[in-house]
Design a protein around this ligand. Structure first.
Ligand code: 5GP
Ligand code: MG
Length: 483
């Protein structure tokens, strides 16, 4: 099924686990990061001699089994969950990418999106480097492999990869949280603005882990250490962690949508537990847009903390009104037309006993294209709700994202094209309110984020033509890459 609706950012993990099968740890780490991408999954390992790779379309549990995990030999590994931001879901775009280079094998897993991938791509092609996909992540791999900085053998005692990564960081613009695997080390790299998260943990039995989110550290039995800093390169090998300045940091711009929707509630971002920030989003929303109602419900799972925060701030009962099917995942069975029209019903069922005759506040984390809220309101009314007041715990999404989220084009964003009252009518709510940008920033409690999808303030120059072209063209130009 061609993906519809918004897409997640990708998830990455890197593992150095002396004396253990790193692939097994990477597998469970990817399992914990499944929410960040469900289209394909992959793990690359090295045993110090050769590198191994398994990747395929599907969920982590569908791609891996005992047989192929046992082929992934070695004590170091990287892994990737992908949700394509291209329309073309094909295994050739699955990650990690693994190639052979002058300095041995190189595997790369990327979360983010380069805004100047088209220029880098042309440069590689001019240098005679062939490319096999349209992905900006392949551009990163080839740029690292073909870096003019270190053609020829590395100097004695000098890490050729650090030089090559630095050379990439001088040229790459946009969002990249990377984990790289070489013959004997894993590197964790974050772009100078830190658009996408990346954290480090220490394994109890020895060794280290880098992961998109701290929740994955808990899963693999690693203790949270710290974030990879914007602009930092961290080498992880048998000797431990070594930090290098990859590029001087620029103004910090962690994606604020990680707080709104993407990250797991039990993950920690910038020292804050995401669940608690989401409760504050709900509390801010309650102050800005209270409702006269009997119960408050959230759209599971991502808007539950916001609904709790909203209810608590107004002294209203928080209740469950929608049950989400936990196993819906990504189905390859096409619904027929009638089911497709009611796609939301495949995912959510109303809890009529809690709704009958009630004035209900329905809290959701975001409205993007506006395809979800309307059917949910109808579902609640059909189940007997007397009134439905929709409260959105983030501002209207009015601008596309070029930093690794598939925030569509202007045309697709309902709040770019319609005002509040038109959206309220369209979704059939008795009232509708969004959180303000100020309220969002207050709840996060720290400055220095990318808020472009809400504010239109892009933290870096976006080539104007990127706004003009449609998605197919972007794919063709190869600038629209991996989540
Ligand atoms: P809409 O139908 O307005 O396009 O989508 C909004 C709904 O999608 C919200 O319930 C929100 O929780 C969810 N959502 C927001 N961002 C994403 C995303 O990146 N991926 C997916 N699958 N859902 C999202
Ligand atoms: Mg949702």
């Amino acid at each position: 099924m061609k993906p519809t609706g918004m897409h997640e950012a990708c998830g990455v993990i890197g593992v150095v686990a002396p004396g253990r099968e790193a692939a097994r740890l990477a597998f469970f780490g990817l399992y914990a990061l499944q929410h960040r991408g469900q289209e394909s999954a992959g793990i690359a390992t090295s045993d110090g001699r050769a590198a191994y790779l398994v990747k395929d379309m599907g969920l982590v549990a569908q791609v891996f089994n005992e047989e192929n995990l046992s082929r992934l030999r070695g004590e170091i590994a990287i892994g990737h969950n992908r949700y394509s931001t291209t329309g073309d879901s094909h295994v050739r775009n699955a990650q990690p990418y693994l190639i052979e280079t002058l300095h041995g094998p190189l595997a790369v897993a990327h979360n983010g999106n380069l805004t100047n991938a088209a220029a880098l791509r042309r440069e590689l092609l001019r240098r005679g480097v062939g490319l096999s996909s349209t992905s900006d992540s392949e551009v990163i791999v080839q740029f690292l492999a073909a870096s003019a900085e270190s053609w020829g053998e590395a100097e004695e005692g000098r890490d050729p990869w650090v030089d090559r990564i630095r050379a990439l960081m001088r040229r790459a613009e946009g969002a990249y949280s990377l984990v790289l695997l070489t013959r004997s080390a894993v590197y964790a790299v974050r772009d100078p603005r830190g658009f996408r998260p990346l954290v480090l943990g220490a394994l109890e039995e020895g060794g280290f882990v880098a992961a998109s989110e701290s929740a994955a550290l808990v899963t693999v039995g690693a203790r949270y250490l710290r974030e990879v800093e914007p602009g930092e390169i961290v080498r992880i090998d048998a000797q431990g962690l070594t930090s290098f300045v990859g590029h001087p940091p620029k103004n910090p711009a962690l994606c604020i949508f990680e707080y709104v929707y993407f990250a797991r509630p039990d993950s920690r971002l910038e020292g804050r537990t995401v669940h608690l920030v989401r409760q504050r989003l709900g509390a801010e929303l309650a102050r800005e847009a209270p409702a006269d109602a009997d119960i408050v419900i959230g759209v599971p799972d991502s808007a539950i903390p916001q609904a709790i925060g909203y209810a608590h701030a107004l002294g209203l009962p928080y209740s469950e009104g929608l049950i989400k099917n936990r196993y819906i995942g990504r189905t390859f069975i096409q619904p027929d037309d009638a089911l497709r029209k009611n796609a939301v019903r495949l995912k959510y069922s109303p809890l009529a006993a809690n709704l009958e005759g009630k004035r209900v506040v329905l809290v959701d984390d975001s409205i993007v294209r506006g395809n979800t809220a309307g059917p949910l309101v109808r579902l609640l009314r059909d189940a007997g709700a007397a009134e439905v007041h929709v409260r959105v715990a983030s501002p209207p999404v009015r601008h596309p994202c070029f930093m690794g989220l598939d925030m569509a084009t202007y045309d697709e964003l309902i709040a770019h094209n319609q005002g509040l009252e038109a959206i309220r009518t369209r979704i059939g709510a008795d009232s509708l309110a969004y959180l303000s940008l100020e309220g969002l920033l207050r709840a996060v409690g720290k400055s220095g984020h990318c808020t472009a999808c809400f504010s239109g303030d892009y933290p870096l120059p976006i080539p104007p033509w990127l706004f003009e072209v449609d998605r197919e063209k972007r794919i063709f130009e190869g600038v629209w890459g991996e989540g």
